[in-house]
Ligand binder design. Structure first.
Ligand code: FPP
Length: 245
């Protein structure tokens, strides 16, 4: 039986976040430069979007460039920025036709001008789409986001008693999106690497040894099925969950 036909529509994660890792190692294994892995990684992004649309997942967040990635060799940073801009420019018309809304989280002001212009235009063009929201994390780190939220709250002069989880969430980059229920990381690394630290408080984690350029629809469905096989209790007992179901 195909994997997608085993997915239960009534227990889908609404939001899946992905740490796309292993492009460089995958390329080196083929005897190629690291950037070749990033190019190939774009194909995996297309497959992921296709699988999200097929399965009915509403939000996907991809960790495309972290704050720490600025420390890579300048040549690789330039190649990644160029690839991101070109991919967005090439893919946006077809994404728009498919009802995909593009959003970006991260420190926009640290991005090169061309990249910033491209993401603003892509968000504007696709803002009314509602089939799938594809969120790209660019120049993003969770600690940067959390500190930024603290600064906004302090600057607003709100009294400390009025600071709730809801208020804090509304100061984050992700204020318009539900929290991810499933987090996937490729390449065999078992870390979160400063990604969505506040938002993944209750997320299920799925790790695979496959490198990002090897990720495809089937692996996405496998992660969803793994999510659906788990019991999510949010701190309650199994008995309480049976009674409230
Ligand atoms: C991690 O592999 C990957 C990245 C830092 C970049 C991810 C970007 C893409 C796949 C391009 C995506 C394009 C869009 C539009 C989202 P790594 O370089 O850290 O690999 P390594 O761990 O083997 O060194």
């Amino acid at each position: 039986m195909s994997l997608i036909s085993q997915i239960r529509k009534d227990r889908l994660p609404r939001h899946v976040a992905i740490i796309m890792d292993g492009n460089g190692r995958w390329a080196k294994k083929q005897g190629k430069e690291r950037v070749f892995g990033h190019f190939q990684g774009v194909d995996s992004v297309r497959k992921t979007v296709k699988a999200a649309l097929q399965s009915g997942v509403e939000y996907i967040t991809l960790y495309a460039f972290s704050t720490e990635n600025w420390n890579r060799p300048q040549e690789e940073v330039n190649a990644l920025m160029e690839l991101l801009v070109n991919t967005i420019l090439n893919e946006v018309p077809s994404m728009n036709d498919q009802g995909i809304r593009l959003r970006f989280i991260g420190d926009r002001n640290s991005l090169p001008g061309k990249c910033k212009e491209t993401i603003i235009a892509a968000e504007g063009l696709t803002e009314n789409n509602s089939k799938l929201t594809l969120i790209l994390a660019l120049s993003y780190s969770a600690r940067w986001e959390i500190l930024n939220a603290v600064k906004k709250i302090v600057d607003s002069g709100v009294e400390s008693e009025r600071i709730t989880e809801e208020l804090f969430s509304s100061a984050l980059e992700t204020k318009d999106f539900p929290d991810p229920e499933l987090l996937i990381r490729t390449s065999g690394e078992l870390r979160i690497s400063n990604f969505l630290l506040w938002q993944i408080a209750y997320a299920e984690l799925f790790f695979t040894d496959k490198f990002w350029p090897e990720f495809d629809e089937e692996l996405f469905y496998e992660a969803i099925l793994s999510f659906q096989s788990r019991e999510r209790r949010f701190g309650k007992t199994s008995e309480q969950m049976t009674h409230s179901a």
